[in-house]
Design a protein around this ligand. Structure first.
Ligand code: GLU
Length: 294
């Protein structure tokens, strides 16, 4: 572990949109919060382009996101459009450090090849887990003890062997102490995919480490991912950042905003003649209501 405590380093934050659709007001809320926290700390904001999901990500959505966020008045210091000392900022162009981290985890005996198909995992479940969307892996391919597998990296899924029943905790700067029990709240999770791409968990943890991020601001839907990423940081001996998980905005019927409903996309609202300051005001009001309800 490094002796440098996160609070003694200059603040570095990030926003990490996936270019898989138009951004909506929920994204705006999270990214405006991230930018405000950077501004208060007089820190640096990085725009990271989370474009690893090849089936859903498209370059035109990156362009649209950059454009919508600039229109909102958001400014970042490093990113795919600006460059910077941590370039490239698109994850699809950063595969080497992920491979290196994969090999470290392999050497440590912390990951194993998994031959189960998605439907086999789904069939083994009694009910989807309420905490998050990823099903808890039933452990079919999990070795009884940590083990180093020589299997080639590609062509098979690789999972992280979590410390079963260990309670993991972190202090969320928005919501206080958070805890989860490994195997009860989340299972052995994907590290590398059979199509030879890293998982979101690995790529995000590696980039936040390499880009020197001191505070991760993102939506509350990713709290369970934070526990997974804590395990990756611990294994890679990297000090963990601080966390601030933003409330998720809902529509008038109380449903969480999603990229698939275009109604509240920044693009649509812009087209209707709404101004950036109106939208920011709306987002702020909605966030304050959520915070008061906590
Ligand atoms: N790329 C993710 C998203 O668009 C965010 C990931 C993160 O902030 O770690 O929801």
């Amino acid at each position: 572990m490094s002796l440098v405590r996160p609070e003694s380093r200059a603040y570095r934050g990030r926003i990490a949109p996936s270019p898989s659709g138009r951004l909506h007001l929920g994204h705006a809320a999270t990214f405006l919060t991230a930018a405000a926290r950077v501004a208060v700390a007089k820190g640096t904001l990085i725009y990271r382009d989370d474009d690893l999901d090849r089936d859903r990500c498209r370059p035109e959505f990156l362009q649209a996101a950059l454009d919508d966020l600039h229109w909102l008045g958001l400014q970042w210091h490093e990113g795919p459009d600006l460059g910077g000392p941590n370039a490239p900022y698109s994850q699809s162009a950063r595969i080497d450090p992920y491979k290196e981290a994969f090999e470290t985890l392999r050497r440590l005996g912390l990951i194993y090849p998994c031959h189960c198909t998605r439907s086999e995992v789904a069939r083994a479940l009694s009910a989807p887990h309420p905490l998050d969307e990823e099903p808890i892996y039933p452990g079919t391919c999990r070795p009884p003890d940590p083990a180093t597998f020589k299997t080639p990296r590609s062509g098979v899924n690789w999972r992280f062997r979590i410390p079963v029943r260990e309670t993991l905790t972190f202090n969320d700067l928005a919501q206080g102490k958070q805890s989860a029990v490994a195997r009860e709240d989340f299972g052995d999770f994907l590290i590398w995919r059979r199509d030879d791409f890293p998982s979101y968990q690995l790529a995000s943890a590696v980039d936040d480490a390499l880009m020197g991020i001191t505070e991760v601001v993102r939506g509350r839907d990713l709290i369970t991912s934070t526990f997974r990423q804590l395990l990756i940081w611990r294994a890679l001996e990297h000090p963990e950042p601080a966390f601030y998980h933003c409330p998720l905005l809902t529509d008038a019927s109380g449903k969480r905003l999603a990229k698939r409903d275009d109604a509240l996309s920044i693009h649509t609202l812009r087209g209707l003649g709404r101004t950036a300051s109106e939208l920011i005001g709306e987002v702020e009001k909605n966030l304050l209501q959520k915070q008061a309800a906590d």
